[in-house]
Ligand binder design. Structure first.
Ligand code: FES
Length: 145
């Protein structure tokens, strides 16, 4: 094998390896992504959480979450970090909106941007209610933090 053939073979091998890695990463993203773990946080029962207010604020692992009960009775949890530049948003019950004081961003009750600089919705956090105890549990995915 001459030098030219060896070099061509080397380039082809590297190209095949690169394409294979990209294909595998697409098919099995968990293999190539940061280690993922779901962190469960038991918040309490609906009655305990919303006895005084329609929303609560929870600080967990240096993150702030807003858990609110909608007018239809649905319960949703949001990461309070504004999607514009990360300032904490606040829930305003009378305006039925999340407000960000840093640059005037406004999000609707579903976390969708309404006005101001934010273009992306607030990040929702999965939650569920335990059947037996009726406790509300947050499921925090640490692969994004
Ligand atoms: S950080 Fe919220 S509007 Fe800029």
């Amino acid at each position: 094998m001459n030098r030219r053939k060896f070099f061509d073979l080397l380039v082809q091998s590297l190209a095949i390896t690169g394409v294979s890695a990209i294909t595998l990463a697409g098919l099995f993203p968990a293999l190539f992504s940061k280690k993922r773990s779901i962190h469960k946080v038991v918040l309490g029962t609906e009655e305990e959480l919303f006895s005084d207010n329609s929303y609560i604020i929870k600080h967990i692992d240096q993150q702030t979450f807003i858990i609110k009960k909608g007018k239809d009775g649905s319960i949703e949890a949001f990461d309070a970090a504004c999607t514009h530049a990360g300032c904490p948003v606040q829930w305003n019950d009378s305006k039925n909106s999340f407000l960000c004081k840093c640059h005037g961003g406004v999000f609707d009750a579903n976390g969708s941007p309404v006005s101001g600089p934010p273009k992306k919705p607030l990040n929702k956090v999965n939650l569920m209610k335990r059947n037996q105890t009726q406790e509300i549990i947050l499921y925090l995915d640490n692969s994004h933090s």
